[in-house]
Design a protein around this ligand. Structure first.
Ligand SMILES: *Cc1c(COP(=O)(O)O)cnc(C)c1O
Length: 223
């Protein structure tokens, strides 16, 4: 696997997504592949862009700001998803640069995003991140507070939330968390689920993932 080039690894991941979606009675297009390019420079990203891929994920605003504007000029129509934690003082930059934010997890961030979107007249796709494992060190709203945060986003801030996102605890079987997130999203009437990474994206698709975030399986191990 590691000897393969990234366009070949991308094709292999796409085939696995299509198979997992088919097993769940869904077309391959029902699952969006976000190629997570964090830590990788343009020389690693270009072959994936040249292979036709146009949806990428980054976890830091500063890093994305440094490498993506130029790449996007060469490859118009490339969508960027923020998948890492956001600080409110970076909301303006994040809204300017990204097309989607997966990590709305507290009122202060939701308010900063709403204000920046209004000022910039931009609409981003938004996900509420849920800390399904209730891990103290981890970002994400607690499951029991998700409905309240959603209500604030919708009713007070007029934000259109499209789904939920989670990163399961390392030491637990991810399936439990994917099933939990899917159930919560259904209860809240949210259609999209951002879940599944290199190690578990097929499991996530089985539980209804609409967005999978895959890094090392496409780009190779991070340094
Ligand atoms: C890094 C990262 C990924 C991708 O992880 P891989 O294991 O390399 O696929 C997915 N989601 C988030 C939130 C990440 O930070």
């Amino acid at each position: 696997m590691s000897s393969m080039r990234s366009p070949d690894r991308l094709a292999a991941v796409r085939a696995r997504i299509a198979a997992a979606a088919a097993a769940d009675q869904r077309p391959a297009e029902a699952v969006r592949l976000i190629a997570v390019s964090k830590t990788f420079g343009p020389e690693h990203i270009l072959p994936v862009l040249d292979a036709g891929h146009r949806v990428f994920g980054e976890n830091r605003v500063q890093e994305a700001k440094a490498k993506w504007p130029q790449l996007r000029q060469r490859y118009p129509g490339t969508a960027l998803h923020l998948i890492g934690p956001l600080q409110s003082n970076k909301a303006r930059d994040a809204v300017l640069l990204f097309d989607a934010i997966h990590t709305v997890d507290r009122p202060k961030i939701a308010e900063a995003i709403a204000e920046a979107m209004l000022k910039q007249a931009r609409r981003l796709e938004l996900f509420i991140e849920v800390n399904t494992g209730e891990e103290p060190q981890k970002a994400g709203v607690l499951p029991k507070e998700a409905a309240g945060l959603l209500r604030l986003c919708r009713e007070e801030l007029k934000l259109d939330i499209s789904g939920l996102m989670c990163i399961p605890p390392h030491a637990e079987p991810p399936a439990i968390h994917f099933a939990f997130l899917a159930k919560l999203a259904a209860e809240l009437g949210l259609p999209h689920l951002s879940m599944g990474m290199s190690a578990d994206f097929e499991t996530a698709i089985k539980f209804g993932a609409t967005h999978v975030r895959v890094g090392s399986e496409i780009f190779g191990p991070r340094g």
